[in-house]
Design a protein around this ligand. Structure first.
Ligand code: 5GP
Ligand code: ZN
Length: 128
């Protein structure tokens, strides 16, 4: 059994607020959102570092992120969706997508634990 928390989410061993998936990727709400709609997009095959991924996996992950960003922009009616990749806390590649209305909002220090009922409702809004 994997010790990686995101591999456990993919395996369904721990729950997530899923917004989208295909055969190779999963997108779900961050449980400590920086801003409303903060979403993580991950590859289903464990990889540790974005820029070590092979070109095909890298490009398909960013392609999935683009599709989700388009959806988030539509749902949250914001001028920009910000994108960031750090990965110091969780060693499974994840793209952060964050709805933004202005400069300086893509800031991990603004993360706060999300309310699970609200996250469930938000995920539903993004999915439909
Ligand atoms: P990073 O590794 O880029 O610093 O950030 C890891 C992100 O994963 C954080 O924003 C954190 O809130 C999120 N995270 C950590 N554990 C979980 C989890 O179990 N479920 C969800 N949905 N997000 C998580
Ligand atoms: Zn993993």
């Amino acid at each position: 059994m994997s010790e990686c928390i995101f591999c456990k989410i993919i395996a369904g061993e721990i729950p997530c607020h899923k917004v989208w998936e295909d055969d190779d990727h999963l997108a779900f709400l961050d449980i400590n959102p920086i801003r409303e709609g903060h979403t993580l997009v991950i590859p289903k095959v464990h990889a540790s570092y974005l820029f070590d991924m092979n070109d095909e996996s890298y490009q398909s992950l960013l392609g999935a992120a683009k599709q989700i960003a388009i959806r988030l922009k539509e749902v949250f009616q914001v001028p920009r969706i910000g994108m960031a990749v750090e990965g110091f806390a969780v060693d499974h590649v994840h793209v952060h997508l964050v709805p933004l209305t202005g400069v300086g909002q893509l800031d991990p220090k603004q993360a706060k634990p999300g309310d699970h009922t609200q996250l469930t409702e938000l995920a539903q809004r993004i999915r439909t």
